[in-house]
Design a protein around this ligand. Structure first.
Ligand SMILES: Cc1ncc(COP(=O)(O)O)c(C=O)c1O
Length: 395
């Protein structure tokens, strides 16, 4: 068996013939949607989602995105809105496990999907390694997609997991039809460049737990000036392998024929992911440990239930004054990031009542398993000092 796959199976617990390693999480989603197929039909997605990756995949597969508002208590679909949005034309529904959490409500989404004969896709892009009732996320829907670049430093990479006997053959055919990832794309691909920058920042490459850098120099942060020329090259050369492809989709593309996008994970990605994923259990445990400490100061958006195990890809906080927190954090060299719809193209239909609220109040703290004890304390002190700026999440 492919060694990378055998490492991946330790997380997914699913047989090899049901796993399809892809270039990105978004291409895994694209493969999933093409297998349904969703062309010319509606795909239900939460309004609170990544406009580039998720929306891009829906559009690229010829699907028509339908946005459903989210429930702030559980970050799942607003059930009333969901019921209203399902029509005869609906083909699929995409549930989300946000920011390293495990969303128990996917069970309800699964019931709804069964009742209406829809294909249910679990988007686990942020939550590789998260568990619910002792099982890894991604076991409930017909299909599940993962990304290897969210809680791991990797040259991108994703995975489609097929839990449905009916869709398996179709996915195998589509996957085998796709050419292996082209090397040409690599040269101009900004994502690979970013990956190498991350590795340079994380001195000692793979086992760099002891590196010392301020929290704002997380391995996730590469100055835009360094990579912008590559991004332009990406777009100019239209490298199909790159995520740049997804930056150029627009509403008008919905009805157009999608071009072929490289879907299969490249050998290079497999090689690196193999060495990274072996550390993931350890990294996730470190993130959990840091999150537990922060939870005592300012609670995370969700309380982790006894039957859940989060991986805290981001620590999610609610604040009364986002601008103030961001400016104070900058001074303290602590990296907070804003959630969607801040970056990328957001469709106006995505600006629902609750998404607007999240946009105003939610901030993500990029927890790094590479933080030293001193750095963890710096973050703890920052939260103590500014505790009054935060409030308990609605749940
Ligand atoms: C919710 C969600 N799903 C899927 C993806 C796709 O992951 P990738 O970046 O590996 O394509 C992302 C990435 O931003 C995401 O936020």
């Amino acid at each position: 068996m492919d060694q990378t796959i055998s490492e991946i199976i330790r997380f997914t617990g699913v047989a090899e013939d049901r796993l399809f390693p892809t270039t990105y999480g978004r291409t895994a989603l694209l493969l999933a949607l093409k297998s349904v197929p969703v062309r010319g039909r509606e795909v239900i997605i939460p309004a609170f989602t990544c406009p580039v990756a998720v929306l891009g995949a829906v559009i690229e597969s010829g699907g028509i995105p339908v946005f459903v508002d989210i429930n702030l208590k559980n970050l799942n679909f607003d059930r009333h809105d969901l019921r209203q949005k399902i029509t005869k034309s609906t083909a699929a529904i995409i549930s989300h496990h946000y920011f390293g959490m495990a969303n128990p409500e996917v069970v309800i989404n699964e019931h709804i999907a069964r009742k209406h004969g829809l294909v249910h896709i679990e988007d686990c892009a942020h939550s590789l390694g998260a568990q619910f009732q002792g099982c890894s996320v991604g076991k409930i829907g017909d299909l599940a997609v993962y990304s290897f670049s969210k809680n791991m430093i990797s040259p991108q990479g994703g995975l489609l997991q097929c839990n449905s006997g009916e869709l398996l053959e179709k996915i195998q055919t589509l996957y085998n039809q796709n050419s292996a990832g082209r090397i040409t794309g690599l040269l101009a691909n900004v994502d690979f460049f970013i990956f190498f920058c991350r590795l340079l920042i994380v001195k000692g490459l793979f086992e760099s737990v002891n590196t010392r850098f301020k929290p704002n120099l997380l391995p996730y942060r590469v100055p835009p000036l360094l990579y912008m020329p590559f991004r332009f090259a990406d777009i100019l050369l239209k490298t199909q392998h790159s995520s740049g492809r997804f930056y150029s989709v627009s509403r008008e593309d919905v009805l157009k024929d999608p071009s072929t996008v490289d879907i299969k994970m490249t050998g290079f990605q497999k090689y690196i992911i193999h060495s990274r994923i072996r550390l993931l259990h350890q990294m996730n445990a470190k993130r959990r440990n840091i999150a537990e400490r922060l939870d005592r100061i300012v609670p995370h958006f969700f309380l982790q239930g006894n039957d859940q195990r989060f991986v805290y890809t981001n620590y999610v906080l609610c604040t009364y004054d986002k601008a103030k927190v961001l400016s104070l954090a900058k001074k303290a060299s602590i990296l907070f990031i804003e959630t969607w719809p801040v970056r990328g193209k957001y469709w106006k239909e995505q600006n629902t009542k609750n998404v607007e609220k999240l946009k105003r109040e939610v901030l993500l703290l990029n927890i790094s398993p590479y933080w030293s004890e001193k750095e963890i304390q710096e973050v703890e002190n920052f939260l103590y000092k500014n505790k009054t700026l935060f409030f308990n999440p609605p749940g």
